[in-house]
Design a protein around this ligand. Structure first.
Ligand SMILES: *Cc1c(COP(=O)(O)O)cnc(C)c1O
Length: 363
């Protein structure tokens, strides 16, 4: 490890993080520093109202939005960046719909690595663009979708000593599987159903791996059914064919040709689960309900798994007696455009308490 990195890693022990908590389950080598921005250990919060409509015994939300950069990407990024540092890389690159770049930018800034992100021009939620920008990443916008951007990132990193930190990097998947460990640790057993949004399909792959490993270690006695949900306009795993021009309000899952296609299908089939599609209207309706009834402000992609569970229940599927976990993958603050898609209802009154009370109906 070079001296500069040693100085930066100094003090990371207190943050604990994924590498320290779950290092025994990760492919760590002596070259990899135990870095952390405090990722992982996110809350598992019980539903107050959506649980009733799904008709299950218990419904929980795994709040991955509580990670340091506001999405689950940090769990895998910390492992991929430790590996990159261990290998002596001085720069990171990723293609991104926004959250991977936000995470790479934060870890890169902290550990003194250059960060290059390739994004589809004009298709990145404002909050995510802000994150990449404030952390000082080089943001390269291309006139193509995510799948095109990933092709570019693969080509460039194969030609230079730059670490590719997309989920095609196996260390990303390894880190992300720790969320399954946390769910099983919190519940004392694997849930009956794990509901998750699916874009590039790295995360459904990672959770499935985590649940398999925990069962092998006899930390749990069973595995969940994996229920993945894609946006209807970007649902290649539902149609069985790549989508050339994916479209959805849920920008984090606007992906037409998932890199982890095969392993997602395997997780679906081996678990007796399914991958379904939800429309943008269904996503936004679940997004509004999460905010107004559950107190959870997530990004549209995250709401896709809740929309999907409501849709399956409404179509007559019974979840009676089952424990369900929905993965809330990212924070609503990342996508203010969607939050403010309708003009917010603001009451404008003079700064006089009587006027405010009248407006409140409490006069
Ligand atoms: C990356 C991301 C997804 C999709 O995860 P994949 O591993 O690409 O399937 C879903 N939601 C959010 C908020 C994300 O950042």
């Amino acid at each position: 490890m070079n001296v500069d990195i040693a100085a930066r890693v100094h003090g990371d022990a207190l943050a604990r993080g994924v590498l320290r908590r779950y290092g025994e389950h990760l492919p760590l080598t002596p070259d990899m520093p135990l870095i952390s921005l405090g990722e992982g250990d996110t809350p598992l919060v019980r539903s107050t109202s959506i649980e009733r409509d799904v008709g299950c015994a218990e419904l929980y939300f795994k709040l991955e939005s509580c990670n340091p950069t506001g999405s689950f990407k940090d769990r895998g990024m910390v492992v991929a960046v430790a590996k990159a540092i261990g290998d002596g890389a001085t720069a990171l690159m990723c293609a991104s719909t926004g959250n991977t770049s936000a995470s790479a930018a934060a870890y890169g800034a902290r550990y003194g690595l250059g960060v290059y992100v390739i994004v589809p021009d004009g298709k990145i939620a404002r909050g995510k663009l802000a994150q990449g920008s404030v952390h000082g990443a080089e943001i390269i916008a291309v006139d193509g979708n995510f799948d095109v951007a990933l092709g570019m990132a693969r080509a460039i990193t194969s030609r230079h000593p730059i670490a590719l930190v997309n989920s095609v990097n196996p260390f990303r998947i390894e880190g992300q599987k720790t969320a399954a460990f946390e769910i099983a640790d919190a519940l004392g057993e694997a849930p009956d159903v794990l509901a998750i949004p699916v874009g590039n399909a790295g995360n459904i792959t990672a959770y499935w791996r985590g649940f398999i490993e925990y069962q092998r270690l006899e930390r749990t006695t069973r595995r969940p059914r994996m229920l993945g949900f894609q946006a209807a306009g970007a649902a290649p795993l539902v149609s069985g064919e790549p989508v050339a021009d994916p479209q959805t309000v849920a920008s984090a899952i606007r992906i037409g040709n998932p890199a982890s296609w095969t392993s997602a299908v395997e997780a679906r089939d081996a678990s007796g689960g399914g991958i379904g599609a939800v429309t943008d209207d269904e996503i936004l309706s679940a997004y509004d309900r999460l905010a107004r009834e559950e107190g959870i402000f997530c990004e549209p992609a995250s709401a896709a798994c809740v929309a999907g569970m409501l849709k399956r229940a409404a179509a007559g599927e019974s979840f009676a007696g089952q424990v369900v976990v929905c993965v809330i993958t990212g924070s609503g603050l990342k996508d203010p455009e969607t939050a403010l898609r309708a003009e917010p209802a603001i009451h404008r009154v003079p700064a006089e308490f009587e006027a405010i009370e009248r407006e409140m109906g409490w006069a």
